[in-house]
Design a protein around this ligand. Structure first.
Ligand code: ATP
Ligand code: MG
Length: 580
């Protein structure tokens, strides 16, 4: 993973630079439109947006893009952004999702004040609008089966066919629709459709469904309703009811815009928002479809919506991503009119950039190898002074105990080192970060298996970090912990959840799940200062990356860390710095 990661990283960095160069380019097309609208005093210069999630799953990084856009635009133009739950499908929605969405929007740093709305609160109004259409001869009750309706719709190249029920009289339509509402009919027996044009070039305009019967309990409205409005009908009207000026949505809805406008025109509403489409976010090695994410959760492929491998806001939070990093990422990818796939390394870049500034540095040994310092007095403990964050001088220092028996990383020792292995090997010297230079003098192996058991070293007392003679140069610097003072921890390392760059292209995305996306290390040793850590705290483990104390699985006396991201360069950079 190391090499590849590094490569991705520099790619991400390049694209970052490229973006910066383009920064002089105009504001994105949405902001350009809004600026023009304000100039023209459209909507009396008012700007009102909304973020309209369906409470049928947890929010993901794609939603974060939409949140940043909608709330961002509102605040830039001194307007408002509503949080509206688009809860018109009782079979998939729940209060759990509502609560998680609210938590996630707040966590991302946005606020809707008292403007929290639900499409379900407009059900009566929507019903009245539908009746109005019927009364004006613009909607009818169709009694074809769902399958027949699909067949009658035609294709992109062939016009559709009119339903035999299209000619129903207005009175009959009214009474049937009232009957639908009253629960007189079975699911699927009737639907309400707009009477538009079965030959329209735009398939969405071929008498689209407005209402369907669903005898299902709604998480907010219970069994008050057994008919539910379709998205295209509900969405434009909810926007209008709320006085939205700019209804921003993703490109899939481009063909729906004609219908959005049709409903509002026919109903002659006071507020007619403008729908503007932008490209959805796609991320490499990632799935951003709620349906598929739900499949991962329900199939037990991940531990839940907040599994740190999930692209959900709750997963990213648990992993250690910060709201600032996510917002910076969203700002940088910008708003485009054409779909593309963004390199996930770019997101990781922003996470690193942010954590580099604020994460305290500590030492943790993931795969411990015992090291005995033969010439260090038994029972002696020295408190070594360590800078908490070289990027943030205000972060202060802490003490790290040094003693005769230590742990270093197994991979930092090679009995038979390759060329340019600047770590520890028999006869070679390295610096222990914040401590002394040590030299390996003996290797102890298990007599039967030949496995390495421990190594013996000597230390040079003249080389204590920070002392006058400490400047003696050696090529490598290792992190370490004191065996007697360190604490045990579980550490989880993550890799992409999918092995394919575009898992959406796969016939069955489950087949390209990465079997190595989670690696659990259960005998890690971390420095004693981490006793004070609280869940959600994020640290840089020197040379190993950024790690977040897992808020779910950690408990008193049992530390579980999630690796947020690896370091840009696991090796050379620290080496350079510490030899200064
Ligand atoms: P579905 O409609 O399949 O349930 P969804 O991801 O579109 O899933 P919504 O709850 O409709 O979920 O999304 C809320 C808002 O977030 C919508 O305005 C939608 O356009 C936007 N959104 C969803 N996915 C993305 C994405 N990948 N990039 C940008 N915006 C997105
Ligand atoms: Mg959607």
């Amino acid at each position: 993973m190391g090499e590849e990661n590094r490569e991705n990283f520099s790619k991400a960095e390049e694209s970052e630079k490229e973006q910066k160069n383009n920064e002089l380019a105009a504001a994105d097309f949405i902001r350009t439109i809004i600026t023009e609208d304000i100039k023209a005093n459209k909507n009396n210069g008012r700007v009102a947006t909304r973020f309209p999630p369906k409470p049928n799953g947890y929010l993901h990084i794609g939603h974060a893009k939409s949140i940043c856009l909608n709330f961002g635009v509102a605040s830039e133009y001194k307007g408002t952004c509503n949080l509206r739950f688009d809860d018109t499908n009782p079979t998939t929605e729940s209060l759990e999702y509502v609560e998680s969405i609210k938590q996630d929007v707040h966590w991302l740093g946005f606020d809707w004040d008292d403007r929290q709305y639900y499409a379900s609160d407009y059900f009566e109004k929507l019903y009245q609008y539908a009746l109005q259409l019927i009364k004006e001869g613009k909607a009818y009750v169709d009694s074809l089966s769902e399958e027949e309706i699909r067949k009658y719709r035609g294709t992109v190249t062939e016009p559709g066919q009119e339903s035999p029920y299209r000619k129903r009289f207005i009175e009959e339509n009214i009474s049937l629709f009232e009957g639908m509402r009253a629960g007189k009919f079975e699911d699927g027996s009737h639907v309400l459709r707009a009477k538009i044009d079965m030959a329209s070039a735009n398939m969405k305009m071929r008498d689209p469904l407005i209402y369907r019967i669903r005898h299902a309990e709604h998480y907010r409205k219970g069994t008050d309703w057994c008919i539910y409005p379709m998205y295209d009908f509900a969405h434009c009207l909810c926007d209008s009811i709320e006085g939205i000026t700019h209804s921003l949505c993703t490109l899939e809805f481009e063909n729906n815009r004609e219908l959005y406008d049709w409903f509002l025109d026919q109903l002659n509403v006071e507020c007619h928002p403008q729908q503007i489409e932008f490209a959805r976010l796609n991320l490499s090695y990632t799935i951003l479809s709620k349906r598929k994410l739900l499949e991962l959760v329900e199939g037990g492929y991940v531990s839940g919506w907040d599994d740190p491998r999930m692209p959900t806001v709750s997963g990213m939070r648990r992993r250690g991503f910060t709201p600032e990093a996510i917002r910076n990422f969203c700002e940088r990818i910008g708003i485009a009119k054409r779909d593309s796939i963004v390199d996930i390394a770019l997101l990781e870049y922003y996470v690193r950039e942010e954590l580099n500034k604020r994460a305290p540095r500590v030492m943790a040994v993931l795969r411990p190898l015992r090291v005995i310092i033969d010439n260090y007095p038994e029972g002696q403990v020295e408190e070594m002074e360590a800078l908490n964050n070289p990027e943030d001088t205000g972060a202060g220092t802490r003490k790290i105990p040094f003693s005769r028996v230590l742990y270093i990383e197994q991979e930092d020792f090679r009995e038979d080192p390759p060329k340019k292995f600047f770590r520890l090997a028999p006869g070679s010297e390295v610096r222990l970060k914040h401590a002394y230079i040590i030299k390996c003098v003996q290797v102890v192996k298990n007599e039967n298996t030949g496995d390495l058991v421990e190594i013996h070293c000597t230390y040079d007392p003249e080389t204590k970090s920070g002392s006058a003679s400490a400047g003696r140069r050696v090529k490598g610097t290792l992190h370490w912990v004191s065996a007697d003072h360190s604490i045990k921890a579980d550490i989880r390392l993550y890799d992409h959840l999918f092995t394919k760059e575009n898992p959406n292209e796969e016939e069955d995305f489950i087949t390209c799940l990465n079997p190595n996306s989670l690696q659990r290390l259960t005998s890690c040793q971390v420095e004693p200062s981490l006793k004070e850590a609280t869940p959600g705290n994020i640290f840089q483990f020197l040379r190993q990356g950024y790690f977040c104390l897992d808020p779910v699985d950690s408990s008193e006396g049992s530390l579980v860390f999630n690796r947020t991201v690896s370091l840009r360069d696991t090796w050379a950079k620290i080496e350079k710095k510490s030899n200064k």
